[in-house]
Design a protein around this ligand. Structure first.
Ligand code: SME
Length: 157
């Protein structure tokens, strides 16, 4: 399920991601399985979830997630790290949430966060949000692995 590709980089295997995406489950079940896979594969991915874009209301709706329940079930575009990613349409890495002014807290244990947008035919449809209890845990390899995973997820929308 998990491979350590060196330099303490953890990642789910390509096969385990592909098996989930190609399974006969519903999209919600697949997204949940991917959350569980990421959470189990990478020791510093403590909260893993998806937000689904509602362009009419210009807000994000919480989808499948693993980790502590969050009060942030609806997030307007522009608010917090997730809302910023919905506007910039770019991956956002916050290595120390204490230094981020536009941030919605999900608990005192959270020290860092990465948000990766998902696109379908060029349109922003969802985002993957990962919180970590570690400071500065995210490397370029995390970013590349998660962006690749989000490109694969595009086929689910
Ligand atoms: N911290 C996020 C809110 C979502 S929680 O991390 C689950 C933000 O600033 O947008």
């Amino acid at each position: 399920m998990q491979e350590n590709t060196g330099n303490n980089h953890f990642s789910p295997t390509v096969e385990s991601v592909r098996n989930i995406i190609q399974s006969s489950q519903t999209r919600t079940e697949k997204l949940m399985a991917l959350c569980q896979l990421l959470n189990e594969s990478v020791p510093y991915y403590h909260w893993v979830g998806f937000y689904i874009a509602d362009h009419r209301k210009k807000e994000l709706n919480l989808g499948p997630f693993v980790g502590d329940p969050t009060e942030h079930v609806k997030i307007p575009f522009g608010r917090g790290v997730c809302g910023q990613a919905a506007e910039t349409l770019d991956t956002i890495v916050v290595q120390n949430v204490g230094l981020e002014t536009n941030y919605l807290s999900c608990g005192v244990d959270v020290k860092s966060e990465i948000v990766v947008p998902v696109f379908k035919d060029g349109r922003f449809v969802a985002e993957l949000d990962i919180d970590s209890h570690a400071e500065q845990p995210f490397t370029e390899k995390d970013k590349a692995m998660l962006e690749n995973l989000c490109r694969q997820i595009s086929s689910l929308f």
